[in-house]
Design a protein around this ligand. Structure first.
Ligand code: NAG
Length: 390
């Protein structure tokens, strides 16, 4: 009996004895994957997925050390609600952006429940697409490295995402997602390479992340609720951003977001709330930023409700997005520009319930400045720059 058929017998036996509750393991190499960095292993991964999904007991898909070339793949339609991807390897995307640059995701998980990804390096090979975009040529919009859509009970730990074409990790339409110890790395000038993007999702937790990238370290889109972000290092990057909100007329709001114990280093923004200058039903409420260190950050604290890129479809309009109950507590460090605190709110929907507590931000060893428009709230404790809230 060959090795593979022994495994098969083992799997069948385990499958027939659910009370054993032993997890089965599918090694992608036994299913034809090659860790040589160039053989297309997509089929082997999808076959491992199909086998794991067909298993009646918890299943592990194991990727042993090596470098595995994968085209874009969709992992979906799974009845097994206990699947673990254990990745001791690097997964490599096609270097030529024309191959998958129009796919929404390189690695997509859709309509799954109970999937864990442990470890692994995802190499999105995005440099070619960034060069195309930065040269002003017309290029595909690019692919997200790892996307979870309409999924529940997801765990991602110890994963590294390198050089994504576009967003690194997207959580969209999901419940109960935990990302722990995720690392993201891409050039500071790489376009649209957000680290982790969360939207239309609830109960998402991001812990212990290190993110260096060319766009937002974490971006929080419409419909994100009960989001907890703790112990993150961000920079280079565009900071942790709620928004852009209010692009659509009918839009879900963002509610109950906590961001705490974060260090921003040399980033364009620290903590930001951003909305389009357009009519919208969107909102951002109950947002809390606590225990934050700014190191040479251009806009450490900013609410910008006048976002109107290229002055298209919004000039002369005001944002319909209502921003309320936003707390900034124990935020200190250095600003790279004079204005360290900027609340530029909508004249139609002034910001309300802004709460500053113990803020100390300096610019070139002096107190920085603050700037307010349509911003209502209060300040307590030590506040520098002086509050301009009314
Ligand atoms: C806010 O979200 C946290 C998780 O981030 C959750 O524990 C808490 O219950 C939520 N609060 C409300 C009022 O929903």
């Amino acid at each position: 009996m060959g090795f593979n058929s022994m495994i098969l017998v083992f799997i069948v036996v385990v499958g027939l004895c659910p009370y054993w509750a032993a997890a089965v393991t599918y090694n992608v190499v036994n299913l034809g994957a090659k860790g040589d960095g160039k053989t297309d292993s997509t089929k082997a991964f999808l076959n491992a997925w199909a086998a794991a999904c067909a298993s009646a007991s918890p299943a592990t898909i194991y990727v042993p050390p090596g470098s595995y070339f994968l085209r874009n793949a969709v992992f979906s339609g799974c009845k097994n609600h206990a699947i673990t991807f254990r990745i001791d390897a690097t997964l490599v995307a096609p270097a030529d952006y024309r191959v998958i640059g129009k796919a929404a995701d390189w690695l997509a998980f859709q309509d799954v429940t109970g999937v864990s990804i442990l470890g692994g390096i995802l190499d999105g090979q995005g440099t070619g697409l960034w060069a195309c975009k930065n040269s002003g040529k017309s290029c595909p919009s690019g692919t997200t490295t790892l996307g979870f859509t309409n999924s529940n009970n997801i765990l991602i730990t110890g994963l590294t995402s390198l050089n994504s074409q576009k967003f690194h990790i997207v959580i969209n339409g999901c419940q109960n997602v935990k990302l722990q110890g995720v690392r993201v790395s891409a050039a500071g000038d790489s376009p649209n390479t957000d680290g982790i993007h969360v939207q239309m999702s609830s109960d998402v937790t991001i812990l212990d992340a290190k993110i260096k990238t060319g766009d937002d370290c974490v971006s929080i889109g419409p419909g994100a609720t009960n989001l907890w972000i703790e112990n993150v290092a961000c920079g280079p990057g565009h900071g942790i951003s709620v928004g852009s909100l209010g692009k659509e007329l009918k839009e879900d709001g963002v509610q109950n977001v906590t961001v705490r114990t974060v260090t921003f280093t040399g980033s364009q923004n620290g903590v930001r709330i951003k909305s389009w200058a357009r009519a919208s039903s969107g909102f951002a409420r109950s947002i809390s930023f606590q225990h934050i260190l700014m190191v040479d950050v251009k806009n450490p604290i900013i609410i910008d409700q006048h976002y109107c890129p290229n002055n298209k479809n919004c000039p002369g309009q005001v944002s319909g997005v209502k921003v309320s109950d936003v707390t900034y507590q124990d935020i200190h460090g250095t600003s790279a520009t004079e204005v360290a605190v900027k609340f530029d709110c909508s004249s139609k929907n002034p910001c309300s319930g802004i709460n500053l507590q113990d803020v100390k931000l300096t610019y070139q060893n002096k107190a920085a400045e603050s700037s307010c428009a349509n911003a209502d709230g209060k300040a307590s404790g030590f506040i520098e720059p002086k509050s301009c809230l009314y």
